[in-house]
Design a protein around this ligand. Structure first.
Ligand SMILES: O=C(CO)[C@H](O)[C@H](O)COP(=O)(O)O
Length: 225
């Protein structure tokens, strides 16, 4: 079992009967969905799930999880997702995928947001390993690029994997991948990006995390906020 599977197995114990549970997106979130399905089958655990993406919806459907539509809920008990980077204050970078809008919505709405990572995701500062993804309204991308430059960021439009067009998110946004000067911390960046018109969502999740479970060499480290 790898470390991502291990944290998923550990995290599924947080789910209690009757909960509404948000399903994240990515390989670690997929392991969590499999663990939920296992508890449903083996223990008869009763819960409802709400998915953060088309991919996690299909995965949950294939495994027979009971799903609620996101527009039918006004809150949820627990949201479980992966992350691309985790800073020491539990600020996250997410969004290598295309589902930031729903992911952030669920992270904010949940009573508890639980993040599952392996040790490769721990960083000293947000932006250390990846650019910051910023979803922008398509007609606003150039103005957003300029606003981002004014706060020290260099942003380029994300291309499709085979470089023959622009990536469009599941929300219909373009993505600016932005590299910032190392001196700006994640919390400050979060505030500055939130203030730019035309930004639909960005990959910094600040002040939302309840706990991070990190798999390292077959052990789980828990970091609670
Ligand atoms: O933010 C995400 C998707 O938008 C993922 O949670 C993040 O990219 C981590 O993915 P993985 O679990 O496959 O390493």
């Amino acid at each position: 079992m790898n470390d991502k599977q291990l944290v998923a197995q550990h995290a599924v114990q947080q789910v209690q009967s009757g909960m509404i549970v948000g399903l994240g997106t990515g390989s670690t979130a997929n392991f969590f969905i499999e663990e939920l399905a296992r508890r449903q089958q083996q223990e008869g655990l009763k819960f409802k799930a709400v998915a953060s993406s088309v991919v996690s919806t299909i995965k949950a459907q294939q495994l027979g999880l009971p799903l609620l539509a996101i527009n039918h809920i006004d809150g949820l008990d627990l949201y479980v997702d992966g992350a691309d980077e985790v800073a020491p204050d539990l600020t996250l970078l997410k969004g290598r995928g295309y589902d930031l809008v729903r992911e952030k919505l669920l992270a904010k709405a949940a009573d508890s947001f639980l993040v599952l990572i392996d040790a490769s995701k721990k960083v000293k500062r947000i932006g250390e390993n990846f650019p910051i993804p910023i979803e922008v309204t398509p007609f606003a991308w150039k103005l957003v690029q300029r606003s981002v430059a004014a706060i020290g960021g260099h942003g380029t439009l994300r291309q499709t994997p085979n470089q023959d067009g622009l990536s469009v998110t599941s929300h219909g946004s373009l993505v600016l991948d932005v590299v910032f000067e190392a001196s700006i911390d994640g919390k400050t960046l979060n505030e500055r990006l939130n203030a730019i018109p035309g930004v639909v969502a960005h990959g910094i999740f600040c002040g939302l995390t309840r706990a991070v479970f990190c798999g390292r060499d077959g052990q789980v480290e828990e970091h609670w906020a």
